[in-house]
Design a protein around this ligand. Structure first.
Ligand code: ZN
Length: 466
């Protein structure tokens, strides 16, 4: 298992930056060509090696003006991107297959064809793939992929590291000063953003210090929140700064956009008056994207740290972590605020999913995905639908107000091993099951206050607001 590290260039001079930009631009054309030719059905089943051999045979590669290793690595990378879009379409197709049939033999046949990319042979699968796998286009024109044996790093007298990568001319390396004392290793992905170069590379996660820490022994359910990154079924919150980070960032973005709109209108007025020089000066100096991108990157790094720390805290206690599958796109579970906030929160969902998977694998805990439909809406004690008010869930039957996220985490935990509700039970069916259980419970109940709280439930009971 690996994890990505990023090093940055330190005061890269303009000439080198231009040279790298030019190389990245030319490699962008290589990418576009790959997407154009093999980005759809015509590329299915082809390996990047076969593409390379074809290009070498018919001379396609001559038009790009880059060194052989550079375009070959780019072909490999672009083919992997295409495969990724195909695989993500398959996730939806698998769902469609489950809706279509429950016959085990047929399921097995269809999943099998899908897996080995022989779906074109089956009319139903072919139709599904063609409608769900949209033809993509290359939008990457700022990256250079460098093979492990094509770069090296050296320290100067001052101790600064210099990374040498191939340029556009054979045997003329471009030397990039780095901001770190740790040499990047393996295959590198150079991403040119603003006036800097980001050097992305993978390291073996087993060598990381946090991977050595053992996991706990408990089985815990977790609920992903907005204010806190995670709440577990013991009633503990983790990553409590997440909400503040997101709110501060949303406020900052709104304020910045307001200022930029004002500046832009000044520039537009200047352009209208015929003062092109002023308009261009404003666009260059006041409406640039370097600072903006850097601030966004810094915010993302902080949020990642907060979320990963939260997951580590959960794994400190748990051998089994039960959670909703956050990679699935399912909206409407929790209404979120305005647009900016919603966008930021949507991004944290992916980070949480990544952190749960990554930390669990590294530290040896098991991550169990469950169907989380309605877990935030029903009372964990009686199973009835409660009334949600902010971070509270009021169960009118029990007469108890629960902390909504703790209640949800307990419900998530119970979905593990639920005999009726599996990961793939449709939403509608889950609702029927939940409703039926609540009705059964209700019919047995004499008085709301006579039910004893279940173990683990007491600590989160708050006085009923009646
Ligand atoms: Zn209840």
């Amino acid at each position: 298992m690996t994890t990505t590290r990023i090093a940055y260039s330190h005061r890269l001079n303009a000439g080198k930056h231009r040279a790298l930009m030019e190389q990245a631009r030319r490699l962008g054309r290589v990418r576009s060509e790959v997407w154009q030719r093999y980005g759809s059905v015509s590329g299915v089943g082809l390996t990047d090696r076969q593409v390379r051999d074809r290009w070498l045979a018919n001379g396609t590669h001559h038009q790009f003006g880059v060194l052989a290793n550079a375009w070959k690595e780019t072909v490999r990378d672009a083919m992997a991107d295409i495969a990724a879009t195909r695989e993500s379409a398959k996730v939806q197709v698998r769902r469609a297959i489950r809706r279509r049939t429950s016959d085990q033999a047929e399921l097995k046949r269809l999943f099998g064809l899908l897996k080995v990319d022989r779906w074109a042979n089956d009319p139903y699968l072919s139709r599904q793939m063609r409608s769900l796998w949209r033809r993509g286009h290359n939008r990457t024109h700022n990256q250079i992929v460098v093979r492990a044996d094509q770069h090296h790093t050296r320290a100067d007298e001052g101790g600064r590291l210099w990374l040498a990568v191939p340029g556009l001319v054979r045997r003329q390396m471009v030397r990039i000063p780095l901001n770190t004392a740790v040499a990047p290793t393996g295959t590198l992905r150079l991403i040119l953003r603003g006036d800097r170069v980001e050097i992305h590379y993978q390291i073996d996660a087993a060598t990381m210090k946090t991977s050595q820490r053992p996991c706990g022994t408990a089985t815990l359910g977790v609920d992903k929140g907005y204010t806190e990154a995670l709440t577990d079924s013991d009633g503990n919150h983790h990553g409590g700064h997440l909400g503040d980070l997101l709110t501060a960032e949303a406020d900052r973005i709104k304020e910045r956009n307001r200022r930029r709109a004002k500046v832009r209108s000044v520039a537009n007025n200047a352009a209208r008056r015929g003062d092109r020089a002023k308009a261009e000066r404003i666009a260059r100096n006041n409406l640039g994207t370097i600072k903006r991108d850097r601030q966004a990157a810094r915010h993302q790094a902080r949020v990642r740290t907060e979320i990963f720390t939260a997951v580590h805290q959960v794994v400190n206690k748990a051998a089994v972590v039960v959670a909703e599958d956050l990679t699935k796109t399912f909206t409407g579970r929790k209404p979120l605020g305005k647009n900016t906030n919603r966008r930021l929160a949507a991004w944290t969902k992916g980070v949480t999913a990544e952190a749960l998977k990554n930390v669990s694998e590294r530290r040896g805990s098991a991550l169990v995905h469950v169907n989380a439909a309605y877990t935030s809406q029903v009372c964990h004690r009686c199973g009835c639908f409660g009334r949600r008010a902010g971070d509270r869930l009021h169960c009118t039957l029990c007469g108890v107000v629960w902390q909504a996220d703790v209640n949800a985490a307990i419900n998530v935990l119970r979905r593990h091993g639920d005999p009726d509700i599996t990961l793939h039970t449709p939403h509608r069916v889950v609702r029927q099951i939940v409703q039926a259980r609540a009705d059964r419970h209700r019919s047995r109940l004499p008085l709301p206050d006579s039910i004893p709280a279940r173990p683990g439930g007491e600590r989160i009971i708050q006085p009923a607001q009646q």
